[in-house]
Design a protein around this ligand. Sequence first.
Ligand SMILES: [Zn+2]
Length: 330
Amino acid sequence: MHTHIIPEKLPRFTDKFGYGDFIYLDHHKPGFAKMMKGHKFFREIEANCWDPQIRIDEYAGNKTQVQVVCTIPVMFSYWAKPADTLELSRFLNDDLAQLVADHPKHYIGLGTVPMQDTELAIQELRRCKEIGLVGIQIGSNINDLNLNEPQFFPIFEACQELGMAVLVHPWNMMGFDSMEKYWLPWLVGMPAETSRAICSLIFGGVFERLPKLRCNFAHAGGSFLPTIGRIEHGYNCRPDLVAVDNDVNPREYLGKFWVDCITHDPVMLKYILDTVGTNKVTLGSDYPFPLGDLDIGAFIEEMNLDKEVVEGIFCDNTLDWLDLDKKDYL
Ligand SMILES: [Zn+2]
């Protein structure tokens, strides 16, 4: 339920819009492309980032039939002019919709929307539903604003009303510039970003006001679940700081949102299962990126979990999160 894909051909949005570091792909040799941010090299990717059949074949190698796909967070482009982010989002979402239409037994799509503009975000969210996407992926912060900011509430409200699921993915990592060495934005910043997102949605009362909103958080919720004891203690000892917008204990929300299983650690996954419940952990891979679980779910099969729990992680919990029916994929 957490894999990334990008269209093989991207317009040169930087040239088109006349500003900004939009991503484009430089297909410099067969099977490889340089992701360029503006005119600067960002990272090299392989054909499994865009080729539907290569992806299906590689997934088959891990005995996995269906991929829930979404864009790469660097594509969010929330920093751009809203109308331009909308145009980019529409391009990416149409590409996803086509992919799902071409391979309905293998792909499920989560769109992207211009979160920096409430009205345009809801407009594109509605269109995502119309073209067959079942939810959206959003960033852990929106141009450094936390997800509890009032301008985002109508978007979450629309997600609940339309039955669109939400995947929250870390990006635009806090502390990026001050800890670039050792890949720390990915190793330290990303888990902190996801905890920031969950705490904001809890303490800002978003979950409380939208009980039917179906949210899933990348990388097993980042550092949120491992530090829930500290977070709850903070709520108890300094309610004047923590409980100013919502007076419900943060632990009350465990079991009300989903997380993926990307922990790379059976001991941690056991803890996550105990904490959120076995029906709230979903099979994520972060494929095709190297920091993901590219031996998809293999460590879970070695954990001696009940068959029912494994079935839940591998399939049923994701269907539950997305409100989909298993028989449509058989
Ligand atoms: Zn990811």
